[in-house]
Design a protein around this ligand. Structure first.
Ligand SMILES: [Zn+2]
Length: 286
């Protein structure tokens, strides 16, 4: 990508080096006193342990010192800022054409683990979007994984990952996410999974719509970028991920779509540049 001198987004929240802190683990002071009293009375306190302990709760994040990033991490952060800014430019123009105002989401950089309004997440789960706080969460070590474990290196592969999460934000803004969640409550697991696949493929298609807009309007893409994006779309298909992690493919547990499907929908968005081309819910054939 041609990222030199581009606008960088200010909607980045840097929580690297911070850790979610679990509180309430073990005994409260009152609980300890209660158990001591029981022991003094000659009563075995063990059956009461469950009463005296509190369930673990995550309440805040703490950092001992400011995060020191390496030169490589600084480059990745800058790329992330540029790509996020470009998705803002694209969707700020595109969405109002459909009568929806685009509210720019925050992108949270984290390392190891992070607390979101959707719960605490570990890096191993990969990047995600939380509709409750409208934030995208990325541990940039995922980019290494993408390159080394899934064989999809390159800055555009990384951009694709961000654009896919932003696609989920768009789904949230236009109300698709809410509709899907409501429908999923009324159906069985296999059907709910199929709706999740359609959601994911639509986010891939929206990533393609962004790429189209970035290329046409701001000349962000360079030769080879589209191939990088397609490789990433195919690399992180559920069938590939499952094969990597479980050694076999289980179609009913798919929640992101196969490599082939992800590539197809990313391409559809990329070639059309139109969000309405991303109707994965109305499509007979994914
Ligand atoms: Zn997704």
């Amino acid at each position: 990508m041609d990222t030199e001198g581009r606008r960088r987004s200010g909607n980045i929240e840097d929580r690297r080096g911070m850790r979610p802190v679990r509180t309430g683990v073990g005994l409260s002071i009152g609980g300890v006193l209660f158990l001591v009293v029981l022991s003094l009375l000659g009563i075995n306190p063990l059956p009461f342990l469950g009463v005296a302990t509190k369930a673990p709760e995550v309440t805040m994040e703490q950092s001992s010192q400011p995060y020191q990033e390496s030169a490589q991490e600084a480059k990745l952060r800058e790329l992330t800022e540029v790509v996020l800014a470009d998705t803002e430019d694209a969707w700020n123009t595109l969405l109002p054409q459909y009568g929806v105002q685009y509210t720019e989401p925050t992108l949270v950089l984290f390392s190891g683990a992070v607390q979101s309004a959707c719960g605490t997440a570990e890096s191993a789960m990969g990047p995600f979007y939380c509709p409750l706080d409208q934030k995208v969460y990325i541990d940039m070590s995922f980019y290494n994984e993408l390159s080394q474990r899934f064989g999809a290196p390159g800055d555009f592969a990384q951009a694709y990952v961000i654009a896919h999460e932003i696609g989920h934000h768009v789904q949230n803004l236009v109300g698709t996410a809410e509709k899907v969640r409501a429908a999923q409550q009324r159906m069985g697991q296999a059907q709910a999974n199929e709706l999740s696949v359609r959601m994911e493929l639509q986010a891939d298609c929206y990533a393609g719509v962004w790429a189209n807009n970035a290329a046409r309007t701001r000349q962000l893409l360079e030769a080879g970028d589209v191939e990088e994006g397609l490789r990433a779309a195919s690399a992180i298909g559920d069938d590939r991920i499952q094969r990597e992690t479980q050694g076999r493919v289980v179609p009913d547990a798919f929640t992101h779509g196969s490599s082939e499907q992800r590539t197809r929908w990313f391409r559809r968005g990329l070639e059309s540049g139109k969000p309405e081309a991303c109707d994965t819910f109305g499509a007979q054939q994914l």
